[in-house]
Design a protein around this ligand. Structure first.
Ligand SMILES: [Zn+2]
Length: 434
């Protein structure tokens, strides 16, 4: 397809249109960051996105996640919070005339991770603060700036008097940070396109992502009075013994010979995170119960089922190796991510077009990176067979304290996405500029 004939817009027209919207982009990002869209509390932010999509002249489709429709899907992860009242929001564009270009999904997750200890933040996490080029706040980088980028890219084209010549779907989904079931529900709902972009934070385009698994281990020990603690078995200490065994697996998977090629040069690709621990009942009693929640990374090409089998065998062996194993009960369960990894083929036309748009807007070659996290890319790539990658604004301290996003990067990514949409989908003249 000759995309040039479908796109009369020049790079400088797009850059100027995006520059003219800077104040509006920052205002929208601030408004979104001020919405504490933690797991189960995404409604306020999603209402804002429904308003934004309607303001772009899009048909707005809001729908709740129906777990019955996704439970048997290979991409499903066991949920941890009920879906009542928690909606995905999709803005649907269909060209007025004939479809001339290629269709596109722009996807972002509205949910944010917990703030950690709020007193460590310089200013409150849901009170956006701008200092120089940085906008601080939970979710600013991960990934409300990305949602603002694709929204404002679409708006810039409209302001220039054009609209995409192919269907475009702007998706704002819930629950990327623990299951991905929001994006999965969009796929199962029937949304498909010739390409999909997720503006997750990071430098350049993503070439690969890790598999990620959430794992819960429950241990029941032998409680006794602390005065003769040595006669009991402390559940907390026993859980720690199992976690240490997993640490050895983490080390083994990080060894150069065990690595996936995409991660050969990476500092520490496999990360097992002991994210939560709860246990014990009384300071003078040897603890009866301990629960540990771990996040395990694993390489592309391995299935979650295969990883579960290996990890469970290791836990069984570590349990059996303990001298008092007969008196201890261990249970393994899974809630949250059961996410397979993947490798993106950057030779696909959509990826090449995105990298070219980056080059033409910024004057720099587009960087590439293999991510040690998971993203919703897996639903498009593995199950929808839709070419997909992440490309979004740069930011830092995501999932940490004083998260921030670069506003210059937000505006740059917005312009790149606008140019990419114009070239990939082509554009039609609108009857009347918005
Ligand atoms: Zn994210």
């Amino acid at each position: 397809m000759d995309t040039q004939t479908l796109n009369p817009l020049t790079e400088s027209q797009i850059v100027e249109a995006v520059a003219a919207q800077r104040g509006e982009a920052v205002a929208l990002l601030s408004e979104l960051v001020a919405q504490p869209s933690l797991l189960g509390q995404e409604q306020g932010a999603q209402a804002l996105m429904a308003r934004e999509f309607a303001g772009l002249g899009l048909r707005v489709h809001e729908f709740a996640i129906d777990e019955d429709k996704i439970r048997d899907h290979p991409g499903y992860s066991p949920s941890i919070v009920p879906y009542d009242g928690r909606h995905n929001v999709v803005g649907i564009h269909r060209p007025a005339g004939a479809v001339r270009g290629r269709s596109l999904i722009l996807n972002g997750h509205i949910d944010v991770v917990p703030v950690g200890t709020e007193k460590l933040w310089t200013t409150p996490p849901f009170a956006p603060r701008i200092e120089g080029d940085k906008l601080y706040g939970r979710g600013a980088a991960d990934m409300k700036a990305g949602i603002v980028a694709y929204t404002q890219a679409f708006r810039a084209l409209r302001r220039l008097g054009y609209e995409p010549a192919a269907p475009v779907y702007l998706q704002s989904v819930v629950e990327e940070e623990c299951t991905g079931n929001g994006a999965l529900a969009c796929l199962v709902e029937g949304y498909s396109a010739d390409a999909a972009i997720i503006p997750e934070p990071g430098e350049g385009v993503m070439t690969a992502q890790m598999g990620v698994m959430w794992l819960t281990i429950d241990v029941w020990g032998v409680p006794v009075h602390a005065a003769y603690a040595h006669t009991g078995i402390a559940a907390i200490a026993f859980a720690n013994h199992l976690v240490e065994a997993l640490r050895e697996l983490e080390t083994a998977w990080n060894r150069p010979a065990a690595r996936h090629a995409c991660y050969a040069g990476h500092e520490h690709p496999i990360n097992f995170n002991l994210g939560r621990i709860s246990g014990g009942e009384w300071t003078s009693s040897v603890p009866t119960h301990c629960r540990v929640d771990l996040r395990l990374g694993f390489y592309p090409g391995r299935s979650p089922a295969e990883v579960r089998a290996e990890v469970e065998a290791l836990i069984r062996a570590a349990h059996a190796a303990h001298p008092q194993h007969d008196s201890v009960t261990v249970e393994v369960s899974y809630h949250g991510f059961q996410a397979e990894g993947l490798v993106v083929d950057l030779q696909q036309p959509a990826m090449q077009a995105l990298m070219q748009a980056h080059h033409d807007i910024t004057g720099r070659p587009c960087a590439t990176r293999a991510s040690t996290a998971t993203t919703d890319v897996r639903f498009f790539h593995l199950y929808g067979h839709i070419p997909c990658t992440c490309y979004g604004p740069a930011g830092e301290r995501i999932h940490g304290i004083d998260e921030w996003v670069s506003l210059a990067s937000l505006h740059e990514v917005t312009a790149v996405l606008a140019l990419f949409i114009a070239r990939w989908c082509g554009v039609n003249r609108r009857a009347a500029p918005a």
